[in-house]
Write a new protein. Structure first.
Length: 194
């Protein structure tokens, strides 16, 4: 458990392995997202392909459960650790992102909605999490994944999406707690398409 390691859920341990750029997301920039409805923690359903305006979607492997250990060797998997710090960073930058023209902000994982609802409530997230538990969106969009402990999980990446088309991809994402600030910096430097 994280507490046994002397770390909290919101801190990253020193010495985590850096994920390499394996090219797993190189096809996404400029592509149209597939029209796949995803259940959200707010009770709605979202198709990222149909949303007007600008969206930021950060995909993450899985958030840990308090009182339950992560899968064996979790911290040794490049890019696996850090979902809670990443979500907290997007929470903390949510208003700033809105001020920079982001109309929709979402987290995306393969965890089911009840699991995500607990996380959203515990972390006080002011935006919905989207569930791709059946991997329908991941397969259709060809998102990079990995397997551990019998689970297929998304590799960490963040997409800036303008009316269903991917404008920018951050991949690999490391360290995850700096991802939201990196998105903010990019949004400040890049004009929004007309």
């Amino acid at each position: 458990m994280l507490e046994a390691l002397g770390a909290s859920w919101t801190e990253l341990p020193v010495g985590l392995p850096v994920p390499p750029d394996d090219g797993g997301a190189s096809h996404l920039e400029g592509s149209a997202l597939p029209d796949v409805p995803l259940p959200a923690t707010d009770g709605g359903t979202v198709s990222l392909a149909r949303l007007p305006g600008r969206s930021v979607v950060y995909a993450y492997p899985r958030t840990g459960e308090p009182g339950r250990p992560n899968p064996d060797g979790w911290d040794a998997i490049p890019g696996a650790r850090g979902c809670t710090p990443q979500s907290c960073a997007f929470r903390d930058h949510a208003e700033e992102l809105r001020g920079l023209g982001v109309d929709h902000l979402f987290g995306l994982s393969t965890q089911d909605v009840p699991y995500q609802q607990e996380v959203a409530a515990r972390l006080h997230l002011p935006f919905p999490l989207l569930s791709d538990a059946a991997l329908t969106f991941a397969v259709a969009a060809r998102l990079p994944v990995f397997e551990v402990a019998g689970m297929t999980l998304l590799r960490r990446l963040t997409m800036v999406v303008d009316t269903g088309r991917v404008t920018k991809v951050f991949y690999p994402v490391f360290p995850p707690d700096r991802n939201a600030a990196d998105v903010v910096s990019w949004l400040r430097a890049e004009p929004r398409p007309a």
